[in-house]
Design a protein around this ligand. Structure first.
Ligand SMILES: Cc1cc2nc3c(=O)[nH]c(=O)nc-3n(C[C@H](O)[C@H](O)[C@H](O)COP(=O)(O)OP(=O)(O)OC[C@H]3O[C@@H](n4cnc5c(N)ncnc54)[C@H](O)[C@@H]3O)c2cc1C
Length: 472
């Protein structure tokens, strides 16, 4: 680092922005974090961090932050159970134990990370909405509501799926398409009527956290309970024929959930849990798809988008928040190692992250279609034991983002400096498979062409996903 502290302006205090701010601050930079909300949000329901992101949280303050996140969520699950719409148990997997796998309430985890950012000295500008991104020769930063400017040496936009930075910094048109699905989500405290309901008693155990997954035609859902059976969250992906808005707070209606459940033939346990969910805690969230961006770095090479702003995953990747956290740790290391050469840092960052993140981003469509376009019976699963799995392969979980950045920075920096030619897909570090650009309509065409009644043949999917490093 040079003597003068690098001023890093970060927009968005989601997990991407917070992690970037913490990692920059811990590496001797001055992070200024601008967030539209007035403070940490209790919003959100279920969020999972697998070990590829968990090891980043665990690295903070000798494991204290990771331990706090872990203890706030699922600590006592033994298994994850997979059921079909007739409530037939199809598969039982061991729940991944370890002190760097976290699952629980998003809002609680968010507060822990937010508080740590404050503790390490990140300059927080909460309750300030960015109206204009500034990326000129003279100015690198933002204008917030009220007209004040916040300027720095580098600008990291972690402003989420509806990113303003994508249009203002990268000059991209809004590229969202309806994925065809939406997701009901809920988080609430388990009531006495829940505990005494015979259909639900297995779900609220004092001595064991419960993680269950159901899959059927055009629908899949999870129910989690933890904290000695006191906390419950469920999510249910359903067809989006009502064309709901892309917002985190669109209220859901119980009658709608019941109607989708009935249409998909989901079992009674789901109707019962919906009945006992406070309606004020139920939201219906549209799942939109955005094709991979060609680049995340601005033309000045002093600004960049990361996290959901760069690659907004469908929940079926089970990796959106993890990729955001990996991006954030990587960019801090690149900024540190570049000794103040911001354009070099951002280009190396992009080369490290691009292939891995987009491969996982695209795999989320396949996984969704595998879940939704098959008739799941015990025989199907017995004949294809690996067909019904969470799409979490070793190459995703074993990845150490910080080590990867540390180990590869110099070589990639020399490639950038020498102007080594090639597409970003070729130059980015391999994710364990080839980058294979694919958009949602191409994927859906593939799905429609694979058989009668839009069934996805498991063997065809296996062949097609070889391009992606998905092993099914
Ligand atoms: C309120 C909320 C609840 C969520 N709940 C869940 C959940 O329950 N389960 C799940 O799997 N995922 C949830 N997510 C998404 C998940 O956390 C993200 O996919 C993932 O962590 C990626 O994080 P990110 O930091 O890239 O983006 P985000 O988490 O979306 O964070 C972006 C941040 O930028 C801020 N921002 C946006 N525009 C501006 C602006 N112009 N000026 C200032 N600030 C701005 C937003 O307020 C937000 O805090 C939620 C996200 C949010 C914002």
């Amino acid at each position: 680092m040079t003597d003068k502290k690098l001023r890093v302006v970060i927009v968005g205090a989601g997990f991407a922005g917070l992690t970037a701010a913490i990692e920059c601050q811990l590496r001797g930079m001055q992070a200024i974090l601008v967030e539209a909300y007035p403070g940490p949000t209790s919003h959100g329901d279920l969020l999972d961090f697998t070990e590829n992101a968990g090891r980043i949280f665990k690295s903070w303050d000798n494991g204290r932050v990771g331990r706090a996140i872990f203890e706030s969520g699922v600590t006592a699950a033994k298994t994850m159970q997979f059921y079909n719409q007739e409530n037939v148990l199809l598969r039982v997997d061991a729940w991944p134990h370890g002190d760097q796998v976290y699952a629980g309430h998003r809002g609680t985890m968010h507060r822990i990370v937010f508080d740590y950012a404050v503790e390490v000295g990140v300059e927080m500008r909460c309750g300030k909405r960015v109206l204009q991104y500034l990326d000129t020769e003279d100015e690198c930063g933002v204008t917030i509501d009220g007209g004040d400017k916040i300027l720095g040496d580098v600008l990291i936009a972690a402003d989420g799926p509806r990113s303003l930075a994508r249009s203002q910094l990268l000059k991209l048109p809004e590229g969202r398409v309806n994925s065809g699905y939406a997701i009901f989500r809920a988080y609430f405290e388990v009531s006495d009527s829940f505990k005494s309901n015979p259909a639900l008693e297995e779900l609220a155990k004092e001595d064991e956290d419960v993680v269950r997954f159901w899959v059927g035609r055009d629908m899949h859902g999870f129910i989690y309970t933890w904290n000695k059976g006191r906390d419950c969250a469920w999510v249910l992906t359903h067809l989006d024929d009502a064309n709901i808005g892309e917002s985190w707070s669109f209220p859901g209606k119980k009658e709608d959930v019941h109607s989708y459940l009935t249409q998909a033939g989901f079992p009674n346990v789901w109707h019962e849990i919906v009945e006992l969910t406070p309606e004020s805690r139920l939201i219906d969230y549209k799942l939109v798809w955005r094709d991979p961006l060609k680049t995340w770095v601005t033309s000045s090479k002093r600004g960049v988008v990361i996290g959901d702003a760069a690659h907004c995953h469908l929940p079926t990747s089970a990796q959106g928040a993890c990729m955001a956290v990996e991006d954030a740790a990587t960019i801090a290391i690149c900024l540190q190692k570049s000794n103040g050469n911001v354009p070099l840092a951002l280009q190396v960052f992009e080369r490290i992250r691009f292939n891995r993140s987009h491969t996982i981003h695209q795999a989320s469509i396949f996984t969704r279609n595998i879940y939704h376009k098959n008739d799941w019976s015990l025989e199907t699963v017995q004949q294809n034991p690996d067909s019904l799995v969470m799409p979490l392969m070793d190459w995703i979980l074993d990845f150490d983002a910080k080590k990867t950045a540390e180990d590869n920075f110099e070589q990639l920096a020399s490639d950038v400096k020498s102007g080594r030619e090639g597409s970003i897909e070729e130059l980015a570090l391999p994710a364990g498979g080839d980058y294979n650009a694919m958009n949602i309509s191409a994927t859906d065409q593939f799905i429609s062409s694979t058989g009668r009644d839009h069934h996805v043949q498991l063997s065809s999917v296996a062949a097609a996903t070889q391009a992606l490093p998905l092993k099914i």
